[in-house]
Design a protein around this ligand. Structure first.
Ligand SMILES: Cc1cc2nc3c(=O)[nH]c(=O)nc-3n(C[C@H](O)[C@H](O)[C@H](O)COP(=O)(O)OP(=O)(O)OC[C@H]3O[C@@H](n4cnc5c(N)ncnc54)[C@H](O)[C@@H]3O)c2cc1C
Length: 396
């Protein structure tokens, strides 16, 4: 029987397994799905933004209140370390203009192949179609193609993911098993989520088009990122970073002309000929894109009349939406194992010898490479802590 078990073969679990093997332990990884790292491979479909190359304080700031908790783990495996790790796996990396870091291959499969080969060489054994079902007395219980298996490793690292894109494996079903063991959990919530909007038929021609050069504002938060108009609503990186405030019900506003001051806009509007229609003027004088004009009309519903109201709506358009899109569609989830439920080494206080890593921990961050960076860093931290805990017991 393996000395160490890792449950969940996403980036956090694989990283924990690598640390345990490097410390000389026999490691078995159990994965419920027929193949490993399905969400990681999905992340590769949009280029695999692995990390963000920026000053360390800015990087930790992206994790909001959890930045302070994750700081030592990110210090131990920061953006530079992520790039070095991917480089060691044969991936040439590049940093985009915004600091986002990608492999030149713009996909995850070559990196994953090289990583799995290295894990195999290190002696890590991976069993797929092994679904963890909780504990029976002290044993971990798995449903496998060969029937139920019970395992009693010296240490366990849980890296079971969040609660979105359940078809890729992270279904959040683990939460009730940990709650039964008195592990404190924050409720799951969508993070990096799109918005549901009940569009009128006027918006149909604009489905699939992007809103560029805009500024979104929710309370104190602003974003200059793009969003796409879809049949279901609005989606894209420009909105994702605002999810925490949107979730809290703070109203969302859009500046359709962020590079023009309100005064300059008023001056331009004063020059509008009385007989020119507003749409004509927005197109020909202000050079707004068709989708911006459509959104302006959709959201104001003709209620804005006169120069002052038009200017106000162009700079501060209230964006009406019905809700966030369902959690399963979100790029990531907030909530999970609370900071108070684990010690400094990510071991569960309620379950000595059981460690947690990755998105199942209660932190959230915008897209931009922050998600994978924290999954890798917490996986590494949990793996190293688990190895140290075993060694401490052996020498006691
Ligand atoms: C479309 C999309 C694009 C993304 N793009 C990016 C990006 O570019 N950059 C970025 O930083 N992040 C991105 N992310 C987020 C990133 O992929 C995740 O945050 C990351 O994969 C989480 O890693 P994890 O190891 O914690 O969990 P996961 O990758 O979810 O892995 C958890 C594993 O645990 C397994 N598991 C669950 N329950 C059980 C059980 N009971 N028994 C056994 N195994 C179980 C699952 O099958 C799964 O393999 C993207 C996500 C999506 C959906």
């Amino acid at each position: 029987m393996a000395q160490a078990m890792v449950i969940g073969a996403g980036p956090a679990g694989l990283m924990a397994a690598e640390q345990l093997a490097a410390a000389g332990h026999q490691v078995l990884v159990a994965e419920a799905k027929p193949s490993v790292a399905r969400k990681f491979l999905m992340a590769g479909k949009s280029g695999l933004n692995l990390t963000k190359n920026e000053p360390f304080d800015q990087l930790t700031g992206a994790y909001g209140d959890a930045g302070d908790w994750l700081r030592p783990m990110l210090r131990d495996f920061d953006a530079r370390a992520v790039m070095g790790w991917a480089g060691d796996l044969g991936q040439e990396m590049f940093t985009g203009s915004t600091g986002r870091v990608f492999p030149k291959a713009m996909k995850a499969s070559p990196l994953l192949r090289a990583w799995l080969a290295r894990l195999e060489q290190a002696g890590v054994e991976i069993r797929t179609r092994w679904r963890w079902q909780g504990w029976r007395d002290a044993a971990l219980m798995f449903e496998t193609p060969n029937g139920e298996q019970l395992c009693t490793p010296d240490v366990t690292v849980l890296a079971l993911g969040g609660a979105s894109w359940a078809r890729l494996g992270s279904d959040g079903a683990w939460a009730s098993r940990l709650a039964d063991k008195d592990v404190a959990l924050a409720p799951f919530a969508p993070a990096n989520a799109a918005l549901s909007v009940d569009w009128s038929h006027h918006m149909q021609p604009h489905f699939g088009t992007a809103l560029k050069s805009v500024r979104w504002t929710v309370g104190e938060l602003t974003s200059r990122g793009e969003a796409t108009i879809s049949a279901k609503g609005l989606e894209g990186g420009g909105l994702y970073s605002l999810t925490p405030a949107i979730r809290a019900g703070t109203p969302l506003y859009l500046d359709l002309v962020p590079d023009m001051t309100a005064e300059a806009l008023q001056t331009r509007l004063a020059g509008k000929k009385a007989k020119a229609t507003l749409s004509h003027w927005l197109k020909n004088s202000l050079r707004l894109s068709p989708q911006k004009i459509a959104l302006f009309h959709e959201m104001t519903k003709g209620a804005a009349s006169g120069q002052a109201q038009w200017a106000d709506a162009l700079k501060h358009l209230p964006v009406r939406y019905s809700d966030l899109r369902p959690m399963d569609e979100a790029i990531s989830t907030a909530g999970g194992v609370r900071r108070t439920a684990v010690d400094d080494g990510l071991m569960l206080n309620a379950l000595p010898g059981v460690f947690c890593a990755g998105e199942m921990l209660d932190w959230e961050a915008p897209t931009g490479g922050y998600l994978l960076t924290a999954c890798l860093a917490t996986g590494r931290w949990a793996g190293k802590s688990a190895a140290a805990w075993m060694e401490g017991r052996a020498s006691a």
